[in-house]
Design a protein around this ligand. Structure first.
Ligand code: F6P
Length: 539
């Protein structure tokens, strides 16, 4: 069954939201708080170890009512059911979208073309577990009998960003293995990593769903050649493993059949860290922690699937984001984790959100005349405060932001934690209230400086306060954003699970690469042609 196909702007609720926007867009959130002392609790969802406060948004109960009506009118519930039942909701690629199956218990029943995929998933999970334990415990060694000390994940996009972000985020839970990530086709990247490695003690995990990606194959070949300077061909079986759907290409690369961890085309690259794509996560933090990551994501899946929309964290966050994107015309959203461990979180989300919802054609194939995917960016607080917060506070753009924090720190340093969380809370308070002219004058500021020191406030934020950063809570957090992506794609009536937009650049790059060493037969615009000639002349 196809996804519902409804132009959101033609719904009744959209029109109500448009009219409502006219009345609320000039209202300051300060007055909304002053009018209703229960506002914060009304607009807070507590679930498991998550405390999600969305009261610091330019919304009223009426806004939420219309947004929830919009969710109903675009048939969000039906769409969720279609996704979870394994229907081919990635219609342009003819695939199901079932990353949720990867984190479900063995007893679950997720079907693709009528076949339950859980047995296959659990076969691969057992293989990941066994392999992880053998490497971590030192039962599996390199070609000279030495224990592995280093892991190198070779992949790009979804085959890199998820594992890299999670390994970094969970470094507190890490074992003795050092994990490296090689992604860029820039040869300086792979060479800088190689510099640190001993071929006898390094395990290479080549991750590529298609096993055709230029960057990954170039890096894998460079590493293989480097490795073969010290070892012979037979040693490849001990040092190289691959994660892919393309078994034939993996074998052609020279990887032993036993060293292949399969994945499936119903797992999108940017949603694949839960599959064997997460092998480097499992190797870095141990299989139990990897399982806990999956367990957390599964809990969020259940919440998303079963909870009433008014109390459903991914749904509410998605609706609020649509409110700013389509009515306030906000172009970007910031994600600010108050945890250095989540240093790569915004970068990771950029692929998930922008590759999924960066579309301008609706599900009928017609051009869209409303805004879709938001631009996502961010850095951890408090660093971000000393970098770009000035613009959020006093710039001309409206930038809704998610603030993510953890009530407990992992190293139990109360002094630092109190300072961190005081900043976390202070920033959303400052963004809400701003600072009036009267406040500035009361501080004794000279009249001439007053305009520069006034903060308008009224800047929207969501606060996601989580008990502690753990594999499980991280799993929930990632899944929360995955479902938010889904909800927004449904509302915008676009296909979120293809990425044709990245193909054109790849094709042209191949053409230009060919022309570096061959007489040019294709025609370029004069700018590209001059640049190409310039490079050929000096390279
Ligand atoms: O660049 C687009 C893309 O297809 C992503 O969607 C994907 O995550 C990445 O390339 C890597 O693809 P693969 O895992 O097939 O090497």
């Amino acid at each position: 069954m196809a996804l519902p196909n409804i132009n959101p702007t033609e719904t009744k609720s959209w029109k109500k939201l448009q009219e409502h926007f006219e009345t609320i867009s000039g209202v300051h959130m300060k007055s909304l708080f002053a009018e209703d002392e229960d506002r914060a609790s009304k607009f807070t969802i507590t679930w498991d170890d998550f405390y999600v406060d969305y009261s610091k948004n330019r919304i009223t109960e009426e806004t939420v009512k219309y947004l929830l009506e919009l969710a109903d009118e675009v048939k969000l519930k039906e769409a969720i059911n279609s996704q979870f039942s394994g229907e081919t909701i990635n219609q342009t690629e003819g695939r199901s979208v079932l990353h949720m199956a990867l984190r479900a218990p063995e007893s679950a029943d997720f079907k693709v073309d009528g076949v339950n995929v859980m047995p296959e998933i659990f076969d691969v999970k057992k293989k990941i577990e066994k392999f992880t334990n053998e490497v971590v415990n030192g039962h599996r060694t390199g070609y000279t009998g030495k224990r592995f000390t280093d892991i190198v994940n070779i992949g790009i996009g979804g085959s890199d960003l998820g594992p890299a972000m999670v390994v970094d985020a969970l470094q507190y839970y890490k074992n003795h293995l050092t994990t490296h990530f090689v992604s860029n086709v820039d040869g300086d990247h792979v060479n800088e990593v190689i510099k640190k490695l001993n071929p006898e003690t390094t395990l290479f995990v080549i991750v590529s769903k298609t096993f055709t990606t230029q960057e990954t194959l170039s890096n894998a070949n460079t590493i293989k050649s480097w490795f073969l300077k010290s070892a012979d061909e037979a040693a490849i079986a001990e040092h190289f493993v691959a994660v892919s759907t393309n078994i034939a290409n993996v074998k052609a690369f020279g990887i032993d059949e036993n060293n292949i961890f399969p994945m499936w085309d119903w797992v999108g690259g940017r949603f694949s860290l839960w599959s064997a794509v997460g092998l480097s996560i499992s190797l870095s933090v141990g299989y139990n922690n990897f399982e806990n990551l999956l367990k957390g994501a599964h809990k969020m899946d259940e919440h998303f699937k079963n909870e009433d929309f008014s109390n459903n964290i991914p749904v509410v966050l998605a609706l609020i984001s649509v409110w700013y994107n389509n009515f306030f015309k906000a172009e970007s959203e910031a994600v600010i984790p108050y945890s250095q461990y989540l240093n790569q979180f915004a970068t990771y989300l950029q692929q998930g959100i922008m590759e999924s919802n960066g579309k301008s054609v609706d599900r009928n194939g017609n051009p869209i005349d409303y805004q879709t995917g938001t631009i996502i960016w961010g850095e951890p607080g408090t660093n971000a405060q000393h970098a770009f917060f000035q613009l959020i506070h006093q710039g001309t753009k409206l930038i809704p932001a998610d603030f993510i924090g953890f009530t407990k720190s992992l190293h139990n340093n109360k002094d630092h934690q109190d300072k961190l969380i005081s900043n976390f809370l202070a920033q959303t308070e400052a963004l809400l209230n701003g600072k009036t002219k009267e406040d500035v004058l009361a501080e004794g500021t000279a009249d001439s400086l007053v305009p520069f020191k006034v903060f308008e406030g009224n800047k929207p934020t969501n606060t996601v306060f989580i008990n502690k950063l753990s594999p499980e809570s991280l799993g929930k957090l990632i899944a929360m954003y995955e479902h938010k992506i889904f909800v927004q794609g449904i509302i915008w009536n676009i296909f979120s699970y293809d990425q044709f937009g990245v193909e054109l650049g790849k094709q042209l790059a191949n053409k230009i690469l060919h022309e570096f060493n061959n007489s040019a037969d294709s025609v370029h615009d004069s700018s590209t042609q001059n640049l190409l000639n310039y490079y050929r002349g000096i390279s």
